[in-house]
Design a protein. Structure first.
Length: 191
């Protein structure tokens, strides 16, 4: 598995930008591995296993996921896993192409909706988490007056902090740990 893959082609961007594919990729990313049947159970929305299998194959066609070793169960089922630890998608790679810019915007909208759903699900389930987890969670926003270079510096520093904690979580005792979703949006605004 490669560490980070930078997506620079419009076809892969469009493939990932399909809402169901994005959900499936996200589920595999959180699970580590899974079958179409397991992902259908996770979705819990009545999506047919055959449709999930189709979209998994499309993700595999673009190298976003790959087959994983069988982890028991029915030997006929295909196991899948992400083909990389993370994805990097830069607006600069698509800015000069109207089709690419539109696909980049569409993908970002799908990603935002997925993140929004995660946060709303947390709010709905908040009472079921311990007081420690409730107190540790955060929903903040800030306004800072920055120039583009400072915004990039801030972004890079925040990414480095999150990466440091991610690496710590990989090597530490799993006891008491949960998967934590960190969402960061930083963009200029005008009144």
């Amino acid at each position: 598995m490669t560490e980070t893959r930078r997506i620079t082609d419009v076809a892969t961007l469009k493939a990932l930008g399909h809402p169901l594919r994005m959900r499936l990729y996200g589920l595999l990313y959180m699970r580590g591995t899974g079958t179409a049947s397991q992902l259908a159970d996770d979705l819990d929305d009545g999506t047919a296993v055959s449709l999930i299998s189709y979209h998994l194959r499309k993700l595999a066609d673009h190298g976003l996921i790959e087959e994983a070793e069988h982890e028991g169960g029915d030997g006929r089922e295909r196991w899948w896993k992400p083909a990389q630890e993370s994805l990097r998608i830069e607006v600069s790679d698509f800015r000069d192409s109207p089709e690419g810019a539109a696909a980049h915007t569409a993908l970002n909208r799908v990603m935002y909706e997925g993140r929004r759903e995660h946060y709303l699900r947390f709010l709905d389930q908040k009472a079921g988490w311990s007081a420690d987890w409730q107190d540790a969670s955060d929903s903040s926003d800030f306004l800072a007056r920055l120039n583009p270079e400072e915004l990039k510096e801030l972004k890079d520093e925040l990414h480095a902090v999150v990466q440091r904690y991610t690496e710590r979580g990989k090597s530490a005792d799993p006891e008491g740990r949960e998967t934590v979703s960190v969402h960061l949006y930083a963009f200029p605004v005008r009144p």
